[in-house]
Ligand binder design. Structure first.
Ligand code: ADP
Length: 396
């Protein structure tokens, strides 16, 4: 059997795919189809025989996957030459049921469908990707890898919201946490970098991409995390608010006449860095800040202040910390964000080395001083590779 896994990440109007060698992490093909169902879509594909970047009107996810297969034929690698072992699907919400990846069959589809009320913005699209891939690849084994699974180790004190029992018991309202595939990969890599057993290290991991979250990880197990029942809670993100006073919702309804749908949209799509400074791209925000833009400065400060608060909280949760790990787009690439999030924490044994922090590198590395009690690490994440590995592990 080959180690090649077709990893599919289906969003509401996008289909991201990559062909990943689970053994090495190499991806001979990656592609993205955007604006599915809209008047003008776009398809990009990078393969061994060239790059495709073209406008393409795509009616639905099935047409999108067919377009992806055409791109494999035209830009490689040929799927006649490479044997795909299985398809791995990213599924955002696995509720309390799924602490591990699961083989996809009709029962799995029904179980993920039952979870739609908990993740109305994500699971329907993931399900669409699964249904389409099962239609087009009926003979291949397919695996669902859940963003929530890694956090099934959270203790009740960390996952329980202080709400009445019926809401918690009958409606599944609790913290689930997300970005699990990233945390699994990055925490194993952190232990390797520290030269320690994963079972013996305490980590605070900061996944700072478009979506942002933090996790306290003891011996490889998640013991607290900042995202909640949905990916809206916690850190400031590209377009999501993260933590706000829950009473703001009622205020928006009562005083400003906003509907539930408007509030959902506001907090998920119009807030975060976009709400603070008009744009969700951290690179652009950084340039504006360097040019002295006060809105960008405030957005940066709010963003880093929130990260620092979570570092303090998770330090207390863990008691002792071996390393703080930065990952994903902002975590891997923004030295100013890392520095601002850690400034003033020397009393906690966290000493950043300014030169190491600003040195340009794409490798996993330490950016703390040699005598820092707590190591500070930058570790590139690779969620597709982790999904491919978990898929191969499951199908044996
Ligand atoms: P996603 O959650 O979509 O996978 P990424 O992990 O790719 O997102 O992170 C995207 C974010 O990382 C964007 O806000 C982007 O501006 C930011 N980013 C990428 N490169 C840099 C950089 N060199 N400096 C600052 N921010 C960066």
């Amino acid at each position: 059997m080959s180690d090649y896994v077709l990893v599919i990440n289906a969003g509401s109007s996008s289909l991201k795919y990559s062909l990943v060698d689970a053994a090495t992490g190499e991806a001979p093909a990656v592609g993205l189809i955007e604006q599915i169902g809209e008047a003008k879509g776009h398809h990009s594909h990078k393969g061994p025989d060239g790059e495709l970047s073209t406008d393409l009107k795509v009616a639905n996810h099935e047409d999108a996957l067919r377009a992806a297969l055409d791109a494999f034929a035209s830009h490689g690698p040929s799927l006649d030459d490479i044997e795909i072992a299985a398809i791995g699907h990213r599924v955002v919400h696995g509720g309390s049921q799924f602490g591990d990846p699961a083989l996809i069959d009709d029962d799995l589809v029904a179980a993920v469908t039952d979870l739609v009320p908990l993740a109305p913005l994500h699971n329907p699209a993931n399900l669409e990707g699964i249904k389409v891939a099962r239609r087009l690849f009926p003979d291949l084994q397919q695996v669902a890898v859940f963003d929530t699974a890694f956090h099934q180790t959270l203790p009740p004190a960390a996952y329980t919201y202080a709400l009445p029992l019926d809401l918690r018991d009958d409606h599944g309202i609790r913290r689930y946490g997300f970005h699990g595939t990233s945390y699994a990969l990055v925490s194993a890599e952190a232990a390797r970098l520290l030269g320690r057993d994963l079972a013996d290290v305490n980590l605070i991991v900061l996944h700072l991409g478009n979506g942002c979250s933090a996790a306290a990880i003891r011996g490889g197990a998640s013991v607290d995390t900042s995202m909640g029942m949905t990916p809206l809670e916690g850190l400031v993100m590209g377009t999501r608010s993260g933590d706000v006073d829950p009473a703001i919702h009622a205020h928006l309804v009562r005083e400003l006449g906003r509907s539930v749908e408007e509030i959902d949209h506001l907090l998920n799509k119009e807030s975060g860095l976009k709400g603070l400074a008009g744009g969700n791209d951290f690179r652009e925000l950084s340039s504006r800040r360097e040019a002295g833009d006060p809105q960008a400065e405030l957005a940066f400060d709010v963003y880093c202040h929130r990260i620092k608060k979570y570092i303090g909280a998770y330090y207390a949760v863990l008691g002792t910390v071996d390393a703080i790990v930065f990952t994903a787009g902002v975590g891997q690439h923004s030295a100013p964000a890392r520095a601002a999030s850690l400034t003033g924490l020397e009393g906690l044994g966290i000493q950043l080395d300014a030169d190491r922090n600003t040195a340009s590198s794409n490798d996993a590395r330490a950016i703390s001083t040699d005598d820092s009690r707590v190591a500070v690490l930058v570790i590139p994440t690779n969620e597709e590779w982790q999904i491919a590995r978990e898929t191969i592990d499951l199908i044996g």
